[in-house]
Structures are given as structure tokens and as C-alpha cells.
Unconditional design. Sequence first.
Length: 140
Amino acid sequence: MEKCRRIEGLVDFIAGRFKNTVEIGIGHFPDLAFALLDRGINVFATDILPFPYSGLKVVVDDITCPDLSFYKGTDLIYSMRPPPELLSYMARLAKTISADLIIKPLTSEYAEGYRLIRNGNTTFFIWKNLYSLSFLLSQE
């Protein structure tokens, strides 16, 4: 597992705002999920293939047709380097379950409709669900 310097700004951002998170498309890069677990954040991950990681719950699920029962109580969905064609499915899921969505793209791809955030040494895009609890609490 790589050192978290590359993602420490994202870890800090998520840990300071969210409690129940899901990583979509964990693949071979569980670094962010484990860093969040180390910070006391509830995390589980999904992928279309089984990826067993000791200490991390990973379920097989397809974001294009997700099993909504997995996502109950989630306040943040995030994905590291997702294929651009999956963004609309992630946004649809986030809207359906009233969660926020963070995307960390592979390069400087622009995610239309998302806000670019720079936190520490990390940049990422966020889609805020205006009806999510995290958004409402941040407005107080």
C-alpha cells in the first residue's frame, strides 16, 4: 500500500465531514479506504469483481444497476479514478440515496456539474446533494 501523501488532503476532507462512506470500484487500490478506516470513518467498498482485503468489507455490486440495500445510511459515495462513463451512474445513486459524491479523476479531466476542490495537496471533484444531511449541517 502506498503512503497516503498523495491522498491526505482527500482523507482529511472526508474525515472532517462524513461518517458512512462507500468506495465505488475499489479494484487494486484500497489506500483511501484504509486511510479512512484508520481515521474512524465507516467504509465499505464495491466492485464488479471480488477483491478480498483483510479488515475491509468489499461487496460485489454493479454501479450501473446497484443493489440499493447495500447503501442504506451512506452519506458519501466516492471513487478513485473511475471511468468517465460511470459518473452518471454514481451521480444517480448518490441522488437516490441522498448522499454526496466525490470523484478523484485519473488526470485533470473535468467533471461537468461538479465543484473542483483543492484540500492540502489533493484535488478532487464533489457533487453536493442539496438534500443530504452533510450539506444541511454544513449550512448551520
